[in-house]
Design a protein around this ligand. Sequence first.
Ligand code: FES
Ligand code: FES
Length: 171
Amino acid sequence: MAAVLVSTTINGDAVEFACPPQESLLAVLRDRLGLTGVKEGCGTGDCGACSVTLDGRLVCSCLVLGAEVDGREIATIEGMAENGKLHPLQENFIEHAALQCGICTPGFLMAAKVLLDRNPQPTETEIRYALAGNLCRCTGYDKIVRAVQATATELRQLEKKKSRRKKSKKS
Ligand code: FES
Ligand code: FES
């Protein structure tokens, strides 16, 4: 079958690729574009290891076709650090020992970022609910939840500092 030509945006960069119509976005990202931070666990939408965002929505890239992302925006774990600096979620996963083998980690980080972008002050229940589609076979989930809670607190403090600075500039 003829390959499909796709133009998309990945982590802010315009990207074009060609793939067979039945190829998953997961396979495109890993095997065609070298974005191997996206992991394959189950390949059937059950583990969350392959999580990316598509137009800001969390999706399992194993359940999306590469051909479906034409004209859309994708974010992967490779785009989470900015200017060589880890995102506070990444820092806190390290700080709280929230990973062991690391296979599940990119998926957890993507899911946690989507949560915190939408809800800067989640309860523990909301965090556990938001991460329920991500499975970890090593750490247990408590350390991961603590890392997300610590990040939420840190980001709120940063926001407060920023708004205080803005106010003092105005006055
Ligand atoms: S590899 Fe996609 S959900 Fe498991
Ligand atoms: S750290 Fe190994 S599966 Fe989660």
